[in-house]
Design a protein around this ligand. Structure first.
Ligand SMILES: Cc1cc2nc3c(=O)[nH]c(=O)nc-3n(C[C@H](O)[C@H](O)[C@H](O)COP(=O)(O)OP(=O)(O)OC[C@H]3O[C@@H](n4cnc5c(N)ncnc54)[C@H](O)[C@@H]3O)c2cc1C
Length: 476
């Protein structure tokens, strides 16, 4: 048995930040990380690196950020947690900078945001090596070791130890052998469940096996499972953070040239998305995150096709460095092209009559300003739909890609895991993508995976320090 003040489960940003802050506050801390590689390919390492709160600058004043959260989630975010989150956002960035984090400012779709530096290049596929996230993860690990922390790789956390309903340790398989770790506090920072098909089926969609895992594949929901067994409430499920992706990413998974970039959200937002009968399946204008969720709820999430014309392909699809043209082509991905809709339908395997009727209705609604009356209605903001009017026409098979889960372990403002009756489980904390309480609303507001890891990692550590301090006082 090994004894620590604190055990962090997971060596992504949430775990490393919580562990570093604990060590900085004088607590004897270890990280259990199931991956064995020095630079484990977790979601933190894969990240594009734009640190935001609902796509806004994390350094805005707390009251401003809280208003943004409440507007985005339509008031569904847990109010106390949202306030603590907003109030500590700037401090989390300042703390990371004091740890050696480098940032630049970039123009994100909805305003200026911080990006981890050196910035990821806006080019095809994954690009993490020596980029901002990789740099910061290495920096945080070095700081942690310098503070006397233990980073234990190949340690697969399995079961929490409870005494009198309080968490007092954890069992893990370390290098395949069972090991017990006694601790005054455990912080779960395992990244959520975005790669666990059974949990996605239970909490998000019955067609989980037809979604692309647009992520590192490490988030298996172990933290949720352990916390639930310890009595924690799990909540806030239904939506996820993801994007529409070219379907070849699902059917040719080894290639990894179609995610995270190109980012085809703008194409889907300006074009039209049809099902196997040639009829529209969703309000494309609500944006990529909502569309990915709507596609995931179809009988077959792998059954839709994006249709657009040459104007879209040479305007929207060329806008910005990652928008699809020419990345879809350079990835060798399927892109049907024809001079008339009938030929396009034949190439894409869609009934020609259905597609012709849909395109005619769609074009007429755009011309008449009646897109809101279409079935399903078509939003025209922030990106207006373009008519499918100028040949050649294009058809691109789509799938829905899940990057991070929303919902998970209920926590309070100290990141203590909560039971259904609102009481806290002593000694059990959670941070990062595994927690609930910060998302919601009809627009499926996505808080930001990095902000959840950065801010909650810090808050969890400071909550633990208070708990351990109180325990020390009580024992003297
Ligand atoms: C391609 C991509 C692009 C992204 N871009 C952005 C972006 O620009 N901005 C943004 O805000 N967010 C972005 N995200 C999301 C963001 O990166 C993540 O939400 C965030 O990094 C999650 O951090 P985490 O520490 O909670 O989890 P993770 O980084 O997933 O770390 C969890 C760690 O726990 C370990 N683990 C899991 N189970 C166990 C166990 N049982 N025992 C021990 N260890 C375990 C895992 O191996 C992993 O190392 C992106 C994600 C991806 C995949």
């Amino acid at each position: 048995m090994q004894k620590f003040d604190v055990i962090a489960v997971g060596g992504g940003f949430a775990g490393l930040i919580a562990a570093n802050r604990c060590a900085q506050l004088g607590l004897r801390t270890a990280i259990l990380e199931k991956e064995t590689a020095g630079r484990a390919l977790n979601n933190s390492r894969y990240t594009t690196g734009i640190a935001h709160i609902l796509f806004q600058d994390m350094r805005l004043p707390g009251e401003h950020l809280l208003a943004i959260i409440n507007k985005g989630t339509e008031g569904e975010a847990d109010q106390a947690l949202a306030k603590a989150f907003a109030d500590n956002s700037r401090r989390a960035i300042d703390w990371l900078v004091s740890e050696g984090c480098r940032t630049i400012m970039v123009n994100a779709p909805t305003g200026k945001s911080i990006m981890l530096a050196p910035p990821r290049r806006f080019r095809q596929g994954l690009d993490w090596e020596w980029r901002g996230a990789d740099f910061l993860l290495r920096k945080l690990e070095a700081n942690f070791l310098n503070r006397g922390g233990q980073f234990i790789r190949g340690a697969d956390a399995r079961t929490l130890t409870l005494v009198d309903r309080a968490c007092v340790g954890i069992d893990a398989g370390v290098g395949g052998k069972p090991e017990h770790f006694a601790a005054k506090a455990v912080v779960i920072a395992d990244g959520g469940f975005s790669s666990n098909i059974d949990m996605i089926r239970r909490y998000i969609t019955p067609r989980a096996d037809r979604l692309l895992i647009r992520a590192a594949g490490t988030a298996m929901g172990d933290g949720l499972r352990m916390a639930e067994a310890a009595g924690a409430q799990l909540r806030g499920f239904g939506a996820f953070y993801g994007h529409p992706v070219h379907r070849d990413a699902f059917t040719r998974p080894g290639e990894r040239l179609l995610w995270p970039f190109p980012m085809i959200d703008p194409l889907t937002q300006a074009g039209l998305v049809v099902g196997p009968d040639g009829r529209r399946v969703a309000d494309e204008g609500r944006g990529g995150i909502v569309l990915a969720n709507l596609l995931a709820q179809l009988d077959d999430p792998l059954s839709t096709t994006l249709v657009f014309d040459d104007v879209l392909w040479n305007t929207v699809a060329r806008k910005g460095p990652t928008a699809g043209n020419p990345m879809v082509v350079s990835a060798g991905a399927t892109l049907h092209k024809a001079d008339d809709l009938k030929s396009l339908a034949a190439l894409a395997g869609i009934p020609a009559d259905g597609l012709a009727a849909t395109v005619a209705e769609f074009n007429a609604a755009i011309a008449n300003g009646t897109t809101g009356s279409l079935h399903p209605p078509r939003s025209m903001s922030p990106l207006a739909a373009l008519p499918v009017a100028h040949p050649p026409y294009y058809a691109m098979p789509l799938c829905s890609g899940i990057t991070a889960t929303m919902g998970g372990i209920a926590i309070d403002t100290d990141c203590r895991a909560l039971r259904a009756d609102g009481s806290a489980i002593a000694g059990l904390y959670a941070a990062g993508s595994t927690v609930a309480g910060l998302e919601g609303g009809t627009q499926m507001a996505y808080m930001g995976g990095l902000s959840k890891a950065f801010i909650l990692g810090l808050l969890a550590a400071e909550g633990i320090a208070r708990q351990v301090g109180a325990m020390a006082k009580a024992s003297t």
